[in-house]
Design a protein around this ligand. Structure first.
Ligand code: GUN
Length: 281
């Protein structure tokens, strides 16, 4: 039987710590850290994520500024808002909720965010810093996954970590963070042959695929730490990539969905916002 990794609880502890650190920062700096969140269009999942991010800010005492733009906004208009926020001293962090409508070029837009305010860690320079093992802002979901793995007490060093998924926002940075922690890392994706043969070798298995019931019991090494980054809907209910009921008896540790990675992503965003505020005063 797996032990459940309680992301909700671990995130709540992190937020409690952050609340104290934010108060200490505010006392010294004379102002609150500020996070600007930009949401373009009406995507229902994005609306929920943004609402939760704003609520997280409120809880720890970070000031939030929410910008809701219509689906039809032009790239020039969006860039102009980002430029204003780059220059706004009340704003320490800027987050553009993804995905963006198709007519907007994500990479070009993310590149407009000031590197030191890029609390999602998606700017090409922060991606480069991560790649080189240099100081920078780290993507929130992978950073949260590392915290969850470490919460088990199992050391990452020397373990075989398998990441399923190679997105810029989860798979690739996840692999780099695991490598930084001295894991032996394998990245699998949609073209991988004998996926199960590889995942069965994983001491640590991270799934970021976006398909319900994708990771089945036969793909999991007994005793493995299994981190489920999936956010899928099945019969109207939120579920991850892992077929929870069948993997539960096989894994050593397992994150639930909801209540696993999701709350940690937000806690790490708040942490990055405080880090950004500290770094530019
Ligand atoms: N969409 C899915 N995950 C994320 C995230 O971590 N940050 C942003 N900005 N958009 C997302």
């Amino acid at each position: 039987m797996a032990k459940i990794i309680d992301g909700k609880q671990i995130a709540a502890e992190l937020r409690a710590e952050l609340k104290e650190k934010v108060a200490a920062f505010a006392a010294e700096a004379g102002c609150l850290p500020g996070l600007a969140v930009i949401l373009v269009g009406e995507d229902p999942a994005s609306q929920v994520y943004v609402r939760n991010k704003i609520r997280g800010c409120e809880e720890v005492g970070i000031q939030s500024f929410c910008y809701r733009l219509p689906e039809s906004v032009s790239e020039a208009q969006l860039k102009s808002l980002i430029c204003e926020l780059n220059d706004d001293p009340h704003v320490d962090g800027i987050l553009v909720q993804l995905p963006l409508p198709r007519h907007l070029d994500e990479q070009r837009i993310l590149a407009c965010i000031a590197v030191e305010k890029d609390v999602d860690g998606f700017h090409v320079q922060n991606a480069g810093n991560l790649m080189l093992g240099q100081e920078g802002l780290t993507p929130c979901t992978p950073a949260g996954c590392i915290r969850l793995i470490e919460s088990t007490g199992i050391s990452i060093e020397g373990k075989h970590a398998v990441v399923i998924g190679r997105s810029n926002i989860v798979g690739k940075p996840m692999a780099l963070l695991l490598l930084q922690k001295n894991a032996t890392v394998t990245v699998c994706h949609s073209r991988t042959r004998d996926l199960g043969g590889i995942t069965r070798q994983a001491d640590i298995l991270v799934s970021a695929v976006g398909k319900a019931d994708f990771v089945t019991a036969d793909m999991v090494k007994p005793g493995a730490v299994v981190i489920d980054v999936g956010m899928n809907r099945k019969e109207g209910k939120l579920c991850g990539d892992v077929a929870f009921d069948e993997v539960f008896p096989v894994a050593g540790f397992l994150t639930p969905v909801p209540g696993g990675v999701g709350p940690m992503t937000i806690a790490m965003l708040l942490s990055n916002t405080l880090k950004a505020a500290r770094s530019h005063g």
